[in-house]
Design a protein around this ligand. Structure first.
Ligand SMILES: [Zn+2]
Length: 285
């Protein structure tokens, strides 16, 4: 199978896999909290406007061990990268072209469903994007957990049905994985996602064709990976404007005892320490 990814991507993916251990998603923890799913229809309609109106509260940040709120992000660009996408091959986005000192947070898979992270997301008014794998997201409490995060203005996007290495699959099987999850997410959230992230960052021409055929406008990769305490960078050893940060829905079992909310607090601290703030990926891509 001929890969369309430049050679340079291969070590990055391998490194990202090693560093992040992008989980298989088959071991979703069941937190047994049986929480309540909130109005999905309302959430589906307009997760967008709420964000900019919301002002983060310093006291809320202190509750999570953070000294100060994230700085408000600058006004988003007038045109999104995919705005004029007319179908066909999706655009590949490793970093977002911008000079603003903003980065974008992304959480993958969806196995861990820590109720404390719901409270944290509300408190911090943190913009982030979720790339959900069906097999991981539906485990335990299921998609209702992500409804709540979506209702806060955070986007839900496609990360396949079962988290395979797509480069090992036939074109037909890739289509089932990608377009199957497009349909699942459409049924659940009322809209086919426009963004897709291939598991492990691995893709080829057939991946792009499959994704394009079911409405994906951009394939979103990353050049920074959140570990437990700090980030790893593909280049430059630090954050750069427009970096997309890969993180996961993970709990203490995967984080050596650290909780999801501690990991996220560490991530926010690292962003602040480097003089950046967090913006919404969907406002730029
Ligand atoms: Zn993944």
């Amino acid at each position: 199978m001929r890969g369309s990814a430049p050679l340079a991507l291969v070590p990055l993916c391998a490194a990202a896999l090693l560093l992040s251990g992008c989980s298989s998603g088959s071991d979703g923890k069941k937190d047994g909290s049986g929480g309540t799913a909130t109005g999905t229809a309302k959430a589906a309609e307009q997760p967008k406007e709420k964000r900019s109106a919301a002002t983060p509260d310093p006291a809320a940040y202190r509750r999570w061990g953070l000294d100060k709120p994230l700085a408000p992000p600058p006004a988003p660009p007038g045109t999104r990268l995919t705005e004029h996408h007319k179908g066909g091959t999706p655009q590949i986005v490793r970093r977002v072209p911008t000079k603003d000192k903003v980065v974008f947070l992304t959480f993958d898979d969806g196995a861990e469903k820590d109720p404390a992270f719901l409270r944290m997301a509300k408190d911090l008014k943190l913009p982030f994007s979720m790339f959900l794998t069906d097999s991981a997201a539906r485990a335990g409490r299921g998609y209702g957990y992500f409804d709540e995060l979506r209702a806060l203005g955070n986007g839900v996007h496609n990360h396949t049905l079962t988290h395979p290495n797509l480069r090992t699959l036939s074109a037909e099987a890739q289509k089932r994985e990608i377009c199957g999850q497009q349909e699942t997410l459409k049924k659940r959230f009322g809209k086919r996602p426009e963004l897709f992230r291939p598991p492990y960052g691995n893709y080829n021409d057939a991946t792009l064709a499959a994704a394009g055929s079911c409405g994906v406008k951009a394939v979103v990769l990353w050049e920074a990976t959140m570990q437990i305490n700090d980030m790893r960078y593909a280049e430059a050893g630090k954050l750069r404007p427009g970096d997309i940060v890969l993180a996961h829905f993970r709990g203490p079992a995967e984080l050596k005892g650290t909780t999801m909310t501690q990991m996220v607090a560490n991530m926010v601290r690292s962003v602040q320490r480097q003089g950046f703030t967090v913006a919404r990926l969907e406002d730029y891509v």
